[in-house]
Design a binder for this molecule. Structure first.
Ligand SMILES: CC(C)(COP(=O)(O)OP(=O)(O)OC[C@H]1O[C@@H](n2cnc3c(N)ncnc32)[C@H](O)[C@@H]1OP(=O)(O)O)[C@@H](O)C(=O)NCCC(=O)NCCS
Length: 157
């Protein structure tokens, strides 16, 4: 799915294929680091999306950074993204930063809605114009809750 994700965003995130014909996302930090996490979203047992979580470091130190986030096109606008995002965010209570590339307007709309709902609008948005990552970042705090299974309230019932 990482390959599909990188291709999906290739019009705004310029990358080239390697000699094997793949983008080859570097997961070495995830294989080694304790504060790196990967989540898969399943819909009736079939892959529907994924999220990668890393330590914060773009606009703040401490807490989590949503490194990558993707829902397969088949599932767009069905609530999969919201369900996955809420599950991942609630799995790591505390400080968060979530970023979107400047041209990724759909993702900005998605994250503003999800984070706004989760925090009751208690988030700060900053624009990062210098450094290794550039774009729009929402900073917020996730309260600790017991909920682990997030119902999808906009599907077939
Ligand atoms: C952004 C993305 C994760 C959204 O996933 P999704 O499963 O479609 O999200 P949801 O169905 O939970 O959408 C929740 C809300 O987000 C907003 N939203 C989602 N996609 C949107 C779009 N293309 N344009 C505008 N708003 C959008 C809407 O308010 C939506 O609610 P609605 O459907 O009732 O109007 C998905 O489109 C995706 O994977 N895109 C490609 C990769 C990407 O951009 N990842 C994010 C990197 S930061």
């Amino acid at each position: 799915m990482l390959e599909l994700y990188q291709y999906e965003l290739s019009d705004i995130w310029s990358q080239d294929l390697d000699a094997n014909g793949t983008y080859g996302y570097d997961l070495s930090r995830h294989r080694q680091g304790k504060r790196f996490h990967a989540y898969m979203a399943l819909d009736d047992g079939r892959f529907a999306g994924f999220a990668l979580v890393a330590p914060a470091g773009v606009t703040r130190e401490g807490g989590c950074w949503m490194e990558q986030f993707f829902v397969l096109k088949k599932h767009w606008r069905t609530g999969v993204g919201t369900a996955l995002a809420l599950h991942v965010l609630r799995s790591h209570p505390g400080q968060w930063e979530v970023g979107q590339m400047p041209a990724n307007r759909p993702a900005q709309a998605f994250w503003r809605k999800v984070i706004g709902q989760l925090t009751g609008g208690q988030f700060v948005e900053v624009e990062v114009t210098q450094g290794w990552w550039l774009g729009v970042v929402q900073q917020f705090n996730v309260q600790s809750v017991a909920t682990q299974e997030i119902p999808r309230n906009r599907r077939d019932g």
